[in-house]
Design a protein around this ligand. Structure first.
Ligand code: ZN
Length: 117
């Protein structure tokens, strides 16, 4: 179990509780608090969705790394190949699942290490 799964489950429980509170307040016609709880429910639901996605990605990346370590070739990269690529579109993370960029990143790290020594 990853930490993402634990947080996702906690967010799901929070969303259910907030949703129940929203329903209760709506039945009592307390519109302003109901709207605030509905917004909270939405935010927590979004958090749960993101955490479950991160959990799935962590499992896929671990499986990819296991197969790569066993020397399975050719191994298709995940889509997106790494979280850094998803955020920047210019650089790749050292644990990138695209072997071509992983090699380039390792070479750049070697150059940086030699320059700083
Ligand atoms: Zn990448």
């Amino acid at each position: 179990m990853t930490s993402h799964l634990r947080i996702g489950r906690a967010c799901t429980v929070a969303a259910l509780l907030l949703g129940a509170g929203t329903l209760r307040l709506t039945l009592d016609a307390d519109w302003l608090p109901a709207a605030a709880l509905a917004y909270g429910t939405l935010v927590v639901t979004l958090g749960a969705r993101l955490e479950y996605g991160s959990h799935r990605r962590a499992l896929e990346q671990a499986e990819w790394a296991r197969r790569h370590a066993l020397g399975e070739e050719p191994l298709a990269p995940l889509d997106p190949c790494c979280p850094l690529w998803r955020m920047s579109r210019t650089v790749h993370a050292p644990d990138c699942t695209d072997v071509r960029f992983r090699a380039i990143t390792a070479q750049l790290d070697d150059i940086d290490t030699r320059d700083s020594a």
